[in-house]
Design a protein around this ligand. Structure first.
Ligand code: SF4
Length: 330
């Protein structure tokens, strides 16, 4: 018997009221995350990845945001979107935690980093100040911050970007969440520190047995750490597959374009090919297949919108080439 996924997202659609009209940022997105699994969500900026992540914990300000009535986010069987107040707070941070790209913006500049970790611990656990302090120091040690008892008293401005991201991970881990959502956690860091943070995430995931949702525009990061990948374009899921399959047999032209635009260190002569054009604004998604203005394979049929076609339990693609085998082999 297959275990129930820890997180199930069904038909998530998110729109925003703006002075220029309604913007449909996320459109009918569905996916599952198994216990202990790392799911990568990849796509260029403006494809709806972050809005999807924020919606999982109802962190979209409503208004101007609006999560559709049909949307469901089931965490351990409970619909997070139907929760309010204390019931929602018990899940946020304690069972599903988030870390963001910019740790400086997420930390309070007038509190020490230790106080901020201890505060989070006390918000979710009935422990004394002294116990929270002790646990915070252990967490700083776990995320690889040297001399943690001393660093407990440091303010955010006294630490580097890589160290601050470790602090954010310590805060996220403070209540041993079941799911950690990491939105571009390494984007602002140089490659060496990026590799260290990915190693750290992998290590703590093994140790804590938690699930990880990693949101990134960087396929290199996905290749390093994800078990399964969802590719988003223009607010929709356009492909889903195991990481190995995504890289060896990408089915959607957008996925192929993303892979072709990544430099290959193993092939020095490799020619990088950028995807022409850019992601259209969410206020004006193209009709038909939303990728058609940038797609080298577009033909008449692409004027009609393709549906996400599933094959097996964990593969899906939204492209007419996947159903029109004659065209695919031309
Ligand atoms: Fe390209 Fe057509 Fe497939 Fe869209 S449906 S990705 S335009 S081939």
């Amino acid at each position: 018997m297959t275990a129930t996924p820890i997180l199930q997202v069904h038909n998530l659609s998110v729109a925003f009221e703006t002075p220029r009209g309604v913007v449909h940022a996320v459109d009918d997105v569905s996916f599952d995350v198994a216990r202990g699994e790392t799911l990568g969500i990849v796509g260029e900026s403006g494809c709806g990845k972050t809005v999807t992540a924020l919606s999982l914990l109802k962190l979209i300000p409503q208004p101007p945001g609006r999560i559709s009535q049909e949307s469901r986010v089931l965490f351990d069987g409970v619909d997070v979107l139907s929760l309010e107040g204390e019931a929602l707070r018990k899940i946020r941070g304690a069972r599903v935690a988030m870390i963001f790209q910019d740790p400086v913006a997420s930390l309070n500049p007038v509190l020490t980093i230790g106080e901020q970790i201890a505060e989070t611990i006390r918000a979710h656990k009935p422990v004394s100040r002294a116990e929270a302090r002790e646990q915070a120091i252990l967490l700083l040690d776990r995320v690889g911050i040297p001399d943690p008892a001393h660093r407990y008293r440091s303010y955010p401005h006294q630490m580097s970007g890589g160290m601050l991201q470790r602090v954010m991970i310590a805060i996220a881990l403070s209540c041993t969440p079941d799911v950690l959502v990491a939105d571009e956690p390494t984007t602002a860091l140089d490659v060496t520190i990026q590799a260290q943070i990915l190693d750290l995430l992998r290590g703590i995931q093994d140790e804590y047995g938690m699930s990880l949702i990693l949101i990134t525009h960087d396929l290199g990061v996905i290749a390093e750490i994800a078990d399964r990948v969802i590719v988003m374009y223009a607010g929709q899921v356009v492909e889903e597959a195991a990481t190995e399959t995504i890289f060896s047999q990408p089915a959607h032209p957008y996925t192929r374009g993303l892979i072709d635009s990544v430099p290959r260190v193993d092939q020095p002569q490799y020619q990088i090919t950028a995807i022409p054009g850019s992601v259209p604004p969410a206020s004006n998604w193209p009709s038909g297949c939303r990728f058609h203005p940038r797609c080298p394979y577009a033909w008449d049929r692409c004027e009609t919108e393709p549906q996400l076609e599933r094959s097996g339990s964990s593969s899906a693609v939204r492209c007419w080439l996947a159903v029109d085998t004659d065209k695919a082999t031309e």
